[in-house]
Design a protein around this ligand. Structure first.
Ligand code: MEV
Length: 311
């Protein structure tokens, strides 16, 4: 084993969360300005240690929340490399807040797998990477679609259909996406289980919402192809209405979403699993400062600006 490193990014789901678990498409973006890195170094005395520093959203260093899943992933990686007794020190450093819908657990898994493959000087395919990440994601969420790891490991915005399709997709030429943190933790498993329970109890009420999200995502792909940011904004609003009806929004998310719309955003919605976590707002560049100010005044813990890559 050599010293190995791996990186990954925060992910933002533009449209399609939750429905993606049930086979509908989703569009998600890696946020390269919010990254996570893993560094593994051999330890000669057999000790196996993990140190992590996670940004929590209120600028305190946080802890790795998905430790059991990551520990299991590392054990399996070591068996794969025939190195179960190998000592190592793994350091994970993250600018992603955990439990805020930014894919912190998937980003951790992706960077850790990349670091171990690098340490054992083994080429890693994207398919193998996503299969590995699924181990810790399953341990944490139960029924992950795979979207989070697919986006955390990507360099470009992704069109994703569970088990079927993964490809880059063009973003609008203009506009900016604002990401605002409610400061409230949202656990993916809780939200995904809630939706599953509702679909089981009242399929006639909830299944059409899943279908409508899928339709909105397909129309969003069309809006992106036509570079129609106004239509894209309207589709984000429609998606948010469906997600709220599914029960995964929250008063804090609703407040920030309404503030963004009231201050001129084309559209706004929760992002990720919801209940807590972050919202996104699609806005014109010149409108962004006003919206950012309004989001902060409405108690957003942090606001990030994501500028679309045009190439
Ligand atoms: C969580 O970031 C996204 C969900 O759609 C769950 C998943 O895709 O596994 C809520």
């Amino acid at each position: 084993m050599e010293i190995g490193t791996g990186k990954s990014y925060a992910k933002i789901i533009l449209i399609g969360e939750h429905a993606v678990v049930y086979g509908e498409p989703a569009i998600a973006l890696p946020v390269k300005s919010i990254g996570l890195s893993a560094r593994v170094a051999p330890l000669p005395d057999g000790r196996q240690e993990v140190t992590s520093a996670f940004f929590t959203g209120d600028l305190n260093a946080g802890q790795l929340t998905n430790f059991a899943g990551i520990a299991m992933l590392i054990r399996r990686l070591l068996v794969f490399f025939d190195a179960s007794k190998q000592g190592f020190h793994l350091t994970i450093t993250s600018a992603l807040p955990s439990e805020r819908g930014m894919g912190s657990s998937a980003a951790t898994a992706v960077a850790v797998v990349r670091a171990f493959y690098d340490a054992f000087q083994t080429p890693l395919t994207r398919t193998a990477l996503l299969n590995w990440a699924d181990i810790s994601e399953k341990a944490l969420h139960g029924n992950p679609s795979g979207l989070d790891a697919a986006t955390a490991s990507a360099e470009k915005p992704q069109w994703f259909v569970r088990g079927k399709s993964l490809r880059s997709i063009m973003m609008p030429r203009n506009g900016v996406l604002l990401i605002a943190d409610t400061g409230i933790a949202g656990q993916t498993k809780v939200a995904v289980d809630l939706v599953a329970q509702k679909l089981k109890q009242a399929p006639k009420v909830y299944r059409p919402l899943i279908t409508d999200i899928g339709t909105a995502v397909r129309q969003a792909a069309l809006a992106l192809a036509q570079d129609d940011i106004i239509m894209l904004g309207q589709l984000l609003n429609r998606d948010q209405a469906d997600l709220a009806a599914l029960g995964v929004s929250s008063p804090e998310l609703d407040r920030l979403i309404n503030v963004a719309i009231d201050h001129g955003a084309y559209g706004a919605k929760l992002t990720g699993s919801g209940i807590g976590g972050c919202m996104i707002a699609l806005a014109a560049e010149d409108q962004a400062p006003t919206i950012i100010q309004a989001l902060k005044a409405a108690n957003a813990v942090k606001v990030w600006e994501y500028h679309f890559e045009t190439k």
